[in-house]
Design a protein around this ligand. Structure first.
Ligand SMILES: *[C@@H]1O[C@H](CO)[C@@H](O)[C@H](O)[C@H]1NC(C)=O
Ligand SMILES: *[C@@H]1O[C@H](CO)[C@@H](O)[C@H](O)[C@H]1NC(C)=O
Ligand SMILES: *[C@@H]1O[C@H](CO)[C@@H](O)[C@H](O)[C@H]1NC(C)=O
Length: 220
């Protein structure tokens, strides 16, 4: 009897390992060859409805040709190509981005609720990191050079900083046509309407004056 219970337990465990649970959290699989997004459709679906007639121009995009302007507070610029601005991506479970960085430029801590990300460094030296979602909040950090790849696991908070002396440039692939991005500084201190100071004071264990200082600084 004990052996039988053990056997059933083992079967269940191997099933857990074999079933691709990740696929459940990822974008739906396509049900047809192509489904080019129709931005004018009135019907709301999970994604975009398909254009009646697709042609080759729906499958090419110049969105990432130009470097983003990094002359801003963060010293970085993310240019993203997803199903919303590159209709051929609709239903394919993919999106792509280029990030340009001034020296010292930062992509602030953020997460993509619907995607894992693989990042390739084209030029420059980048320090990257992500933090686990368990109670330990373990940071995994690396310094990357041209040609290097890194991974930001699905949904985890991550950041990038250009630690080199020159302009940097990276490319990212994400496994969702609409990965989403929650930038922690904005989510916490610049939401609409504001998360009350009472919540933030307790959450950060600091007085209201300091909360208001952060809120004001983010607006500038
Ligand atoms: C392809 O479709 C686009 C937009 O739907 C249209 O502007 C373009 O003229 C079409 N191209 C050809 C070659 O039919
Ligand atoms: C990113 O670059 C584009 C293209 O130069 C520019 O239009 C946009 O304002 C820039 N974004 C930021 C936040 O600087
Ligand atoms: C968290 O850290 C503790 C102490 O270092 C360790 O025993 C535990 O296994 C860690 N948990 C995870 C999920 O990494």
């Amino acid at each position: 009897m004990a052996e039988f219970v053990y056997f059933v337990g083992l079967c269940f465990l191997s099933l857990l390992v074999a079933v691709p649970w990740g696929a459940i959290a990822a974008d739906e699989d396509p049900l047809q060859d192509i489904c080019v997004a129709d931005p004018n459709a009135q019907v709301k679906v999970n994604g975009f409805t398909c254009k009646a007639m697709a042609n080759a121009s729906d499958f090419v995009s110049p969105i990432l040709r130009q470097a983003g302007n990094t002359n801003n507070k963060l010293g970085s610029n993310v240019t993203a190509a997803g199903a919303a601005n590159f209709p051929g991506l609709n239903t394919q479970g993919l999106s792509f981005a280029r990030i340009d960085y001034a020296p010292g430029g930062v992509v602030p801590p953020h997460n993509h609720p619907r995607a894992s990300e693989v990042l390739f460094v084209v030029t420059g030296t980048l320090r990257v990191g992500f933090v686990t979602s368990d109670a330990n909040s373990t940071l995994f950090t690396n310094t990357l050079y041209p040609g290097d790849l890194t991974v930001f696991p699905r949904g985890l908070v991550h950041f990038i900083i250009n630690v080199g002396n020159s302009q940097a440039f990276s490319l990212s692939a994400l496994d969702s046509q609409n990965p989403g991005a929650s930038l922690l500084p904005s989510v916490l201190f610049a939401s609409n309407p504001t998360i009350g100071d009472d919540v933030l004071e307790k959450a950060f264990n600091i007085p209201q004056t300091e909360i208001d200082m952060i809120k004001a600084a983010l607006k500038n």
